[in-house]
Design a protein around this ligand. Structure first.
Ligand SMILES: *Cc1c(COP(=O)(O)O)cnc(C)c1O
Length: 754
């Protein structure tokens, strides 16, 4: 390796010899070219069986540093770059982050690919290549606006390839092309992520913002991830995107099977397909269709496909469980209709309960029901989530297929969420543990031995302060704002959704603002940090962003408050931003309404980086609490049983809580106070106010008082620096369980058996 790296130095000096200035872009390109060569020298992972992880999203993040970590050359590269007078961050900044995902589900897929390669398992990813990805978020007049994110450029790690097969469309065909990226692991072997694209995409269809002609599917298919589906054309476009993805996937897999001589009638011996949420569900139907074309009977085809496919459920939110009108499917994918009907008939024979029907009485097709009936495995993503699926949401299915159901608690890649984003902490842990926690996450437990070692605790705190200073510099450069690295960093970064309850955090900010104005100054400044995109058609989510930005403005302009409280909203939150803010944070806000967050993975990233969780008893928070013990986490709020009962009995009335408590009333009323209306949009503020007052579907007012108390307690405890440091240490020590290597080993042992 050492000798090889000289190539990089030589190429840089070559530019200098030509009397040219060396730019960071040049250095990036030289390093990337070198790394691509090295990666291509590593062998493809080959085994008897192979996994295909199919997902509509892969929220990859930048690849430069992570690839360097996996090749084991990061520290050497940093030295080279610094010798040339650059910082590693400057070089890394050159890369554009691929915009191929939305949130946790897409990031999970990316962490899984990293772990699969690192565990030396044969497993490729399959998805779509979206030209403008998920929109890029900008703020204007305290509101979110969306612009296309043109992420692909020369800094990308993807390579374009031709494809031989075609995808049926109307009376003809559409032509796919392929973008491949190598996923390299520490064993110096690699798998591939395959992203399919439509050959004839017309980027010029995009008009104002992210508007485009939704009818022209043969030209717009892969322009955006999650195009607006509030009308029929949008919904049909999404169906066809999904079909295009799965048809390409199924044809590619069958092509590979033919090449390798895998017998199609025992394909389930060689192939396992993990279906990430319901977006790729039609792969089941498409496989059956293709097998029938090859002469198999429906029953035979069903049996083979059953043996191959496994399904991961990510949500119990009713509105997020995908159904498509039968008529839309008939229009867009008529080639699958016969199969849908046949499966529906077979399953209605098996069980006449309407709750398990594929086609319901309203002629809607339930995608998850296809996965559960046909797939060989159904998994939830945290213990409580799987339990709720079995006992409540999918209980009729659980009765039918008890052995299909299993739990796989999510995890995160330590190569990215420790080595890449917090090398200071990583190298320190590696040194004192005398072992590498990113390959052996369990060694983190040994940190407990240092729980009373003040020097270790002070060092952890020094690293935290350093990461805060770095982030403050970054935010000054990016958004021009002045932040205080000595403040307590209280962070809520995740998609904007009412169930995640950013609005409850807004009520806390109002509480604190009023307190400070009344003379209750905190001992130390508090920095409340947000990062969140709202779906473009999700009005209330955008109203919540608006309220937070208005609060930020009011506080910024009030000299009696701003020295003690600041609100900072990270524009266009993505993986790169997450990598910077998470290591800098003290408090990890995980405040979803109990029973609603399937798992969460942000919570794990914060824990690993020494932030303390302020959370409800929901998703993986529960598993974090169990590992660290109640003295090392702050939990509050009603539990999932209570919440589920409220929904069942329809007896939650937010207005009663508002009227019964002067404190709550004051906080909610502030949303439509004169000073808010002065900086904000009246329609938007009133809409959110009324929503909380009259509906509050995710029960903000149920938990808000306990939440405020709990956070105040936390801020107090922060002043006992040694006690807080010990909590940090214990959280880091117990975080090994949340390595995605553990998760992937479980998938492999129970489902994939590669
Ligand atoms: C981890 C991650 C998420 C998921 O966060 P949750 O808090 O689990 O919802 C979303 N977006 C990005 C960019 C992430 O890195």
């Amino acid at each position: 390796m050492e000798k090889n790296l000289d190539m990089i130095v030589e190429q840089i000096s070559k530019i200098k010899k030509e009397n040219k200035k060396v730019y960071t872009k040049d250095v990036y390109e030289i390093i990337q070219k070198y790394m691509k060569l090295e990666i291509n020298k590593t062998p493809v992972i080959e085994q008897e069986r192979k996994l295909y992880y199919i997902s509509a999203e892969f929220l990859l993040g930048k690849m430069l540093t992570c690839n360097a970590v996996n090749l084991g050359i990061l520290e050497d590269l940093k030295k080279i770059v610094e010798n040339e007078g650059f910082t590693w961050d400057e070089i890394q900044d050159e890369e554009k982050e691929p915009s191929l995902g939305n949130g946790g589900l897409g990031r999970l897929a990316a962490c899984f690919l990293d772990s699969i390669a690192n565990l030396n398992l044969a497993g490729d990813g399959i998805g779509l290549y979206y030209h403008f990805g998920l929109f890029e978020q900008k703020f204007k007049d305290n509101k979110q606006i969306e612009v296309p994110n043109k992420w692909f450029d020369t800094t990308s790690w993807f390579t374009k390839k031709d494809v031989l097969f075609k995808v049926p469309y109307k009376n003809g065909y559409l032509e796919p092309i392929l973008y491949d990226m190598e996923i390299v692991g520490r064993q110096h072997t690699h798998n591939i992520l395959h992203l399919f694209d439509l050959k004839n995409v017309d980027e010029s269809l995009v008009r104002e913002g992210i508007e485009f002609d939704k009818q022209a599917v043969d030209k717009n298919l892969t322009l955006f991830l999650y195009p607006d589906d509030s009308d029929e054309a949008g919904r049909k476009l999404r169906i066809y995107q999904q079909y295009f993805m799965v048809s390409c996937a199924a044809q590619m897999i069958l092509e590979e099977a033919d090449q390798r001589g895998w017998k199609i009638d025992e394909l389930d011996q060689y192939v396992v397909v993990q279906i990430n949420d319901t977006h790729p569900t039609m792969i089941i139907l498409e496989f059956i269709r293709l097998l029938k074309e090859r002469g198999f009977m429906l029953n035979q085809a069903m049996k083979i496909v059953s043996g191959m496919c496994a399904y991961t459920n990510h949500t119990i939110l009713a509105e997020a469980l995908e159904t498509w009108p039968y008529s839309y499917l008939k229009d867009t994918v008529p080639q699958l209709i016969e199969i849908i009907e046949a499966l529906d008939a077979v399953m209605k024979e098996r069980n006449s309960n309407p709750s398990t029907a594929i086609i319901d009485e309203n002629q809607n097709v339930h995608m998850a029901h296809i996965d559960i009936h046909i797939g060989k495995s159904v998994n939830g993503v945290a213990k409580i989530h799987t339990d709720i699926l079995k006992e409540t949401e999918l209980k009729d299915f659980y009765k039918m297929y008890p052995t299909k159901f299993n739990n796989k608690t999510n995890g995160i890649s330590f190569r990215r969420w420790l080595c890449t984003c917090n090398p200071e902490l990583y190298l320190y842990l590696k040194k004192i543990l005398k072992n590498d926690p990113s390959s052996n996450p369990n060694v983190l437990k040994r940190l407990i031995m240092f729980a009373d070692d003040e020097e270790v605790i002070r060092t952890l705190q020094k690293i935290k302060l350093h990461k805060k200073q770095e982030w403050v510099k970054h935010m000054k450069k990016k958004q021009g704002i002045d932040l205080n690295p000595n403040a307590i960093f209280d962070t809520q970064v995740k998609r904007l959704h009412e169930y995640k309850r950013q609005q409850m955090n807004a009520l806390y900010i109002i509480y604190k603002l009023l307190k400070i104005r009344r003379g209750w100054k905190p001992q130390r400044p508090i920095q409340v940090i947000f990062g969140a995109k709202a779906a473009p058609a999700y009005t209330i989510a955008k109203d919540i962003i608006h309220v937070l930005l208005c609060l930020a403005e009011i506080i910024r302009n009030d000299a009696s408050v701003s020295p003690y409280l600041q609100v900072c909203f990270i524009e266009n939150y993505n993986v790169s931003e997450a990598e910077k803010v998470i290591p800098a944070s003290d408090i990890s806000e995980q405040i979803s309404l109990a029973s609603k967050e399937a798992s969460g993975t942000g919570n794990m990233k914060f824990m690993l980086n020494g932030a303390i969780t302020l959370g409800t008893n929901d998703g993986a928070n529960i598993e974090i609490a169990k590992l660290v013990g109640k003295e090392n986490i702050y939990t509050f709020g009603k539990d999932s049983n209570t919440v589920i009962e409220h929904y069942k009995n329809c007896d939650y009335v937010s207005k009663d809580l508002y009227e019964q408590s002067d404190e709550i009333k004051e906080l909610v009323d502030f949303i439509v106070s004169d000073e808010m209306l002065e900086v904000g949009n009246q329609e938007s503020l009133i809409r959110l106010y009324r929503e909380i007052l009259n509906k509050d579907w995710f029960m903000t007012l149920l938990d808000v008082e306990e939440y405020i108390q709990c956070k105040e307690q936390m801020l107090n405890d922060y002043e006992n620096r040694l006690k807080w440091g010990k909590m940090m240490l214990k959280n880091i020590a117990m975080s090994g369980f949340f390595s995605s290597d553990r998760t992937i080993n479980e998938y492999n042992e129970d489902i994939w058996k590669i």
